[in-house]
Design a protein around this ligand. Sequence first.
Ligand SMILES: [Fe+2]
Length: 390
Amino acid sequence: MVKKFVFLSFLVLSFSSYLLASQPQLKITHGPYLQNVSANEVTIVWTTDKPCKSWVEFNEKEAGKHFYTTAPRRAYSSCDGLYCVDTLHRVTVTGLEKNKTYCYRVLSQEVEELLPYRPLMGSIVSTDVWKKPLSFTTLDDEADTISVVMINDIHGKNDVQRDLLSMVPQQAFDMALFCGDMCNYIDNQDDIFSGFLDTSVKLFASKKPFVYVRGNHETRGAYARSFSKYFAGPTGRFYYAFSYGPVRFIVLDSGEDKPDTDVEYSGLVDFDNYMLRQRDWLKRELESPEFRNASFRVVLSHIPFLESGWYGSERLSKQLLPLLEEARIDLMLSGHNHAFSFSEKGKNRSFPIVVNSNNSLLTLSGTKSSLKVQVKRIDGKVLLEKEFVK
Ligand SMILES: [Fe+2]
């Protein structure tokens, strides 16, 4: 009798172990990647294959010390008193010190069933801290140097993105600018990650941030209305400004290229009104002390503020250009045309405009008194080298 009971118990235990082992493991499916790094905060984004509660553990990086030398601090994302439960996770870590490197890992715990009482929690997945923890470095808002790279109009070509970003060593830049049309259109989450984000994470984005400038192609597709959830600018919109060392960057959303009434949009776009709201915001930004006191003012816009005869460009010229013309802008960086061009200050506009191509890398580096821009084609040919001096 005892033997029979032991045998049955063994069978039950083996079957339970089999069931557990055959359960698909919780996975981090994309990321993590860094967004909106400033002197005292950063937002870290990743996805899982099941709904989870998520958090970040972080610690100051100190030479010779392990991640676990001191207990790591934690940051969660919550809304209205509830920890977020989702497959897309955005955790903002605040209270950081400027110009400091922190090690971090992201953790997600599956919420198996969100019951009204005692919700069922599952297993935990995390990034590794044993071999080499991930890290980020906060910005120094008083730094007098800057080093960024910019690409645009990749349209999902991962190999071109990789080759362009590999033209400079990773340690040579602190931040990447994606100046629009990195995707063809956005029908689902996978279009974002397979378009450019997984490649970005592989190359640099878990350790260095990128800034997203929305292109007209990212306004298209069934999932375009969810695109903003994957990025975290300081305003939660696609137009915003941020300071990085001696430069005040203004990121504009240049919208679509055809009139709102065009048959291609089926009456589902409202860029004329959107541009007016952006104009109100831009007016306020141009009066801010951050803008006025910056050594250099650089505008990022996917569609360049040049005459093209297209409705989108005309709308920018009418609604936003007059404000910029009066604001002593030092440089505008753009894409969209799939061809390089450089327009000197005073030729078309009161500020110089660099249009980067879809097969060239733009690097921007400088100090409080000098801003250097270089555009290098994928085959190594230098298309532009320019220095702006104060
Ligand atoms: Fe475009």
